[in-house]
Ligand binder design. Sequence first.
Ligand code: 5GP
Ligand code: MN
Length: 341
Amino acid sequence: MIQNYFRGDQVTIFAKWLRWAKNFVILTHISPDGDAIGSSLAMAGYLKNKGKNVKVVVPNDFPDYYLVAGGAENIIVFSETKQYIDLISKTDVIVCLDFNETGRVGSSLQYYLINSPSNKIMIDHHLNPQPFCDITLSVPSASSTCELVYNFICAMGDFQLIDLSIAQALFMGLMTDTGCFAYNCSNPDIYIIVNELLKLGVDRDRIYRAVNYCYSKDRMQLMGRALQNLKMYRNGNVSLMVLSDKELQKFNYHAGDSEGFVNLPLQISGVKMSVFIREDCELNQIKFSARSVGSVPCNQFMSQFFHGGGHLNAAGGELRCSLEQAISIFENAIKEWNFEF
Ligand code: 5GP
Ligand code: MN
């Protein structure tokens, strides 16, 4: 038996909603990753199995390798049309997955999320949830939102409703948010969940290959460029990789192409924190990603200097300035940050 994160009144409130609510919208964060897409598809599958009308809405496009979980082709990419605004504003319930502050859905969707009169539930594993939902299920120690969705379905007493497509989606998120079971996955319960998902027929190899062995030549060469741009700081404890819009365009960048790059410098002996800066002309911002090892709090570094946050060892942030300014802000910040490596 796995530990039940969700006992008592909160699950009971959701069970009450299930009795009267017909229409559900599932929302997840901007630039959705495997856990965001996986948990959304799994929750959608569960609610459909409960007889509900369900739509999954994402703020912007996502890499097509997440289609391997099945069902992702039905996901709606939000735009400010009456149809989509009505969807958010008139649904009975909004399920917020893999984010815990409204800003993470992007500014246009954020407005409709905040102002929607619908009932809202959050299931998430990031630190410090904002109080914008009627039910907040926040477990920062969990590996992934997919682990929590599995746990939630079990807490609802509905394990038997987990079918193969739900299992595939859950496996994808568990796998991607743990770097293919490399970090954030010391809780033995995770392997009991994986055991159950495999028993339901998940083809582990197929999902692993689809998500990891999906590079185009351009993407592989973009990775090479990022690595060539590597710089070291703080006696080799910190690394920085930068990709400009010009470089991204040279290698025909698509959403998700730089996913995972930030992990690479952690393979260098002595590197305890890796930072990756990408010029994002689509969202008109400079995007920061950070990864760290052990007790190095990269989320604190991101929140102190780059309007960001995240987990202890995986965080991000963003700035609205030129790439040159962003690099200079980083270089000052890394000098100023009073963390002792
Ligand atoms: P990634 O580097 O994969 O984009 O994000 C790593 C982690 O940091 C994720 O858990 C993500 O939710 C969080 N994160 C990324 N960007 C931001 C941001 O701009 N603000 C906050 N608060 N969290 C972020
Ligand atoms: Mn996640």
